[in-house]
Design a protein around this ligand. Structure first.
Ligand code: KG4
Ligand code: ZN
Length: 338
């Protein structure tokens, strides 16, 4: 059974074809980095317009890559939220229209479900249950994952997301958008600890996070005693990594689970990965990551989440109703009923 996956929730247009027996057949992503770079961040209206332009072309290209015709698609999965409303509507409108025209079910997918299931696309997939650390531009959450649609929130950021903190701090430091990768690259040339930043909520006793204070601390340093940019970047990254690693370990301890899945754009951070690998290995625990190409937004994770839901008994919808949820708590999802 072949599932078409469409993603347009933010600044990447993604299309993929996933076959429940043969795996991922094709996946194409178009990044809008160049489009938004001049503005220092994502401009929602420009994002929506570009998705409209790119999505049909990417669908055609993905079909050509896989050597498939539209008629061979058995279901259409698309990101229905959370994200930018206008951007979400592009994949939702296209997905519902295609599904109606092909007379196949449509599956509205939660973007973060896509991220957290994406490590299961790899050859070395983790078994359920596991703890998921979701670290993207919009979310920082620890989830207990018992199966598809069985998610319990363990903790989350009370203010900025980790990726948002990277992006805002990078902007303060005059680095180009997207700030996360730029700040991480600069940090490689610096030494953490030469300047001191706080580790917010590290010992708060719960599994919540707070990152907005870090940005303020950076602002104060830049105003009063500007350190070497590379050292500041390294210390900022170390502070975020310290907190994420401490809370991830605490989540494993609290749940008694041995497997940690890291998903979302910040999961691409090499220092975070190295730290998590080291601290878990010591305890006989393991960390799973999506393939590098599937860490940031893509259609493959959406097609895959749709396929898993279909296999678990979801029927999808044939209502051709276009509705998106810009805000959508992940732990309100339910497992498909067979
Ligand atoms: O998951 P994602 O592609 O989009 C959202 O759903 O938000 O995550 C994007 C976020 C951005 O904030 C970006 O700066 C951050 O992930 N990011 C990184 C790195 N690569 C991407 N942050 C730190 N280090 C990186 N290497
Ligand atoms: Zn994402």
């Amino acid at each position: 059974m072949i599932v078409l996956g469409l993603e347009s929730s933010c600044d990447e247009t993604g299309v993929a074809l996933y076959d429940t027996s043969r795996g991922l057949l094709a996946h194409r992503v178009h990044s809008q980095i160049d489009l938004h770079a001049a503005y220092g961040g994502v401009v929602p209206e420009l994002a929506s317009r570009d998705h409209v332009r790119r999505l049909p072309v990417l669908i055609r290209d993905a079909l050509a890559d896989a050597g498939l015709a539209l008629a061979q698609i058995a279901a259409v999965a698309y990101t229905a939220g959370p994200g930018l409303a206008g951007a979400l509507l592009v994949a939702a409108g296209t997905g519902e229209a295609l599904a109606a025209a092909l007379d196949v079910p449509a599956l509205p997918i939660h973007h973060l479900e896509g991220h957290l299931l994406s490590p299961l696309l790899g050859a070395d997939a983790p078994a359920f249950p596991f703890v998921a650390l979701l670290v993207s531009g919009g979310h920082t959450q620890l989830m207990r994952v018992d199966g598809v649609g069985r998610y319990a929130l363990l903790g989350e950021s009370v203010d900025d997301a980790a990726g948002e903190a990277f992006d805002k701090t990078a902007k303060l430091m005059g680095l180009p958008y997207p700030g996360g990768p730029a700040l991480a690259a600069l940090a490689d040339q610096g030494v953490a600890g030469r300047v001191k930043l706080p580790r917010p909520m590290r010992h708060s006793g719960d599994l919540n996070f707070s990152f907005s204070g870090l940005k303020t601390a950076v602002m104060t340093l830049l105003r009063d005693a500007p350190p070497a940019p590379a050292d500041l970047a390294a210390e900022f990254q170390a502070a975020v990594v310290d907190v994420l690693a401490t809370k991830s370990l605490a989540a494993l301890k609290q749940t008694g689970l041995q497997r940690l899945v890291v998903a979302g754009g910040v999961g691409a951070n090499r220092v975070l990965r190295a730290r998590l690998d080291t601290v878990t290995a010591r305890r006989g625990q393991r960390v799973y990551y999506p393939e590098p190409a599937l860490c940031t937004d893509n259609g493959a994770m959406i097609a895959f989440a749709g396929a898993l839901r279909l296999q678990a008994g979801a029927r999808g919808s044939r209502a051709a109703r276009v509705a998106v949820k810009p805000r959508w708590p992940l732990d309100t999802l339910r497992a498909p009923e067979a």
